[in-house]
Ligand binder design. Structure first.
Ligand SMILES: [Fe+2]
Ligand SMILES: [Fe+2]
Length: 272
């Protein structure tokens, strides 16, 4: 278990900042808001940039904020590269940078005496909705090497595998966190439950749901929340760019942050 260097009681959260789409002025406004905030740490829930610029954009954020930055990656963060190359780069960055921490490489982080943090990128794992009938063609299929190589025939297996990786991380870390902490924050990119995957006020239909919900991680969250009824879980997610805040169980809250391309903003500052 990692302990943060000082107890964190205010955590800034932003999602889908898509820094590669943001004009210099919009980036500067976002970075200034971070600098001015009293939050002791920042959490980013994916789609931060695209692979060739990802590390530089993370370093730019860390330079401005000068406090811990805990993050997971979204599908866009792997564009123009491969899963293994980006993950190796982020693991290395987490091990060497004073502030940047990619959560899948960190297991459990104690933010303060009552609050733990653990998370994983996750992926739309193809298990909600109707993958076989979906007309959606994700840009992921053209711009991430692994999807190019998998082709149409290997796509479902790859989607399942990516969801399972996120679920395995939660299954390994969440029981310990829930046993020792009153509250566990779980950042992930893709919403974990279908009812948390909204377009406007509508739940994602059978075409969108396969690519916009990580059922494998959702199943672990529901199971662990039921097994630890006295411990609270708050999921922070993005990907849909549509705000959502639901409580599927008394001790499980799922929040999805709003976002729009080119306009990075803070989704919230959480009091812990
Ligand atoms: Fe996004
Ligand atoms: Fe995304």
């Amino acid at each position: 278990m990692i302990k943060s260097r000082q107890p964190i009681h205010q955590l800034a959260w932003a999602t889908d900042i898509h820094f590669d789409h943001a004009e210099p002025g919009a980036k500067a406004t976002f970075l200034q808001a971070l600098q001015d905030s009293e939050a002791e740490a920042l959490c980013l829930t994916g789609d931060l940039s695209e692979a060739p610029q990802l590390a530089a954009h993370l370093q730019e954020i860390a330079r401005a904020f000068e406090r811990p930055v805990y993050f997971v990656l979204g599908n866009h963060d792997y564009y123009h590269s491969s899963l293994s190359a980006v993950r190796a780069e982020m693991t290395q960055l987490s091990q060497t940078h004073p502030w940047l921490r990619w959560l899948p490489a960190c297991d459990i982080t104690a933010l303060n005496a009552r609050t733990a943090l653990l998370g994983h990128d996750g992926w739309g794992d193809g298990r909600y909705g109707n993958l076989a009938q979906s007309w959606i063609k994700m840009t992921d299929f053209r711009l991430i090497d692994d999807f190019v190589q998998a082709g149409e025939t290997g796509r479902e297996a790859l989607l399942n595998q990516l969801g399972d990786q996120g679920a395995a991380h939660l299954a390994r870390c969440l029981p310990e966190a829930l046993a020792h902490f009153e509250h566990t924050l779980v950042p992930m990119h893709v919403p974990p439950l279908r009812e948390s995957c909204l377009y406007g006020s509508e739940v994602a239909d059978d075409h969108w749901a396969p690519y916009f919900t990580c059922k494998a991680m959702g199943d672990v969250l529901l199971e662990q929340a039921r097994q630890h009824p006295h411990s609270q879980i708050t999921v922070l997610a993005g990907h849909t760019h549509n705000i959502c805040d639901i409580r599927p169980l008394p001790n499980l809250r799922v929040r999805v942050g709003a976002a729009s391309y080119g306009q990075p903003v803070l989704a919230d500052i959480l009091s812990l």
